[in-house]
Ligand binder design. Structure first.
Ligand code: ADP
Ligand code: MG
Length: 244
């Protein structure tokens, strides 16, 4: 599936990122070319320090590349200012992090509502959307629980609901299972896969674990700031038909 312009949803051309560190430059990305079409679910795999988070920050419009071009949904975003990038993040992207990044002392529902408040929405509709998103991740009965009363797996589900509530084109998840045990990790990956299949959201998972990547359709290996391999997942984890 392509966007209305006939282009991939995400198109990176020769993306470079240099961090000046005093006298030396750290070349975190050394010319990344990557096309992602709408509806894909892919894993970006690589060892620590290979540039995964740097790449995610650029794809997620949280940081600008030092060189190269980036088109998202047909729009050149490599030269936009901070305000325009913030709007794109809010309208088109959802984020999930290793440490959940939830407000610990407010309810799950309030956490999920926050992106809608930032987007200028208010009223009963916001509450309805948040409850629907919590329902999608199997937490409708936990809407009034606070994250500090929840397990890691439940907190990550709240974070996925928060990422989905604005109906994004893309979900970006940086090591989303990095703090979870194997059972919760599999559960979380199953939820991402369901969001991808049932809602059509494009999912990008950053991981250093092959087991996690096996929930995706495509794997991209990155090393020393370059893509060294880009291939389909040939032995995916069987799809779980049971509800959560
Ligand atoms: P990964 O997520 O794969 O562990 P990163 O993208 O975090 O890798 O880092 C890639 C390289 O860039 C590493 O050498 C790291 O030390 C460096 N780096 C990342 N962020 C910064 C920064 N803000 N300032 C300087 N160097 C950085
Ligand atoms: Mg990282």
């Amino acid at each position: 599936m392509e966007t209305a312009t006939g282009k991939p949803l995400i198109e990176l051309n020769d993306i470079k990122k240099v961090y000046p560190m005093g006298d030396v430059d750290v070349h975190a990305l050394r010319g990344v070319d990557l096309d992602i079409v709408s509806g894909e679910m892919l894993a970006i795999i690589g060892p620590s320090g290979s540039g995964k988070s740097t790449l995610m920050n650029i794809i997620g419009c949280m940081d600008q590349p030092s060189g190269g071009s980036y088109h998202l949904d047909g729009q050149d975003v490599s030269s936009l200012d901070v305000k325009a990038l913030a709007r794109i993040r809010n309208e088109k992207l959802g984020f999930v992090f290793q440490r959940y990044n939830l407000l610990a002392r407010t309810s799950a529902r309030y956490n999920v509502q926050l992106p809608l408040f930032y987007a200028g929405q208010s009223g009963a509709e916001v509450e309805k959307k948040a409850l629907a998103a919590l329902d999608m991740v199997g937490l409708s009965a936990h809407a009034h629980h606070r994250p500090n009363q929840m397990s890691g797996g439940q907190q990550q589900r709240v974070a996925i609901a928060r990422a989905m509530v604005g109906n994004p084109l893309v979900i970006l998840a940086d090591e989303p299972t990095g703090a979870l045990d194997t059972v919760s990790s599999n559960e979380i990956m199953e939820i991402f896969r369901r969001m991808n299949r049932e809602n059509g959201v494009t999912v990008i998972i950053i991981t250093h674990e092959m087991e996690v990547a096996r929930y995706c359709q495509r794997q991209i290996h990155i090393r020393d700031g370059k893509i060294i391999d880009d291939a389909p997942i040939t032995d995916p984890v069987p799809f779980c038909l049971e509800g959560l």
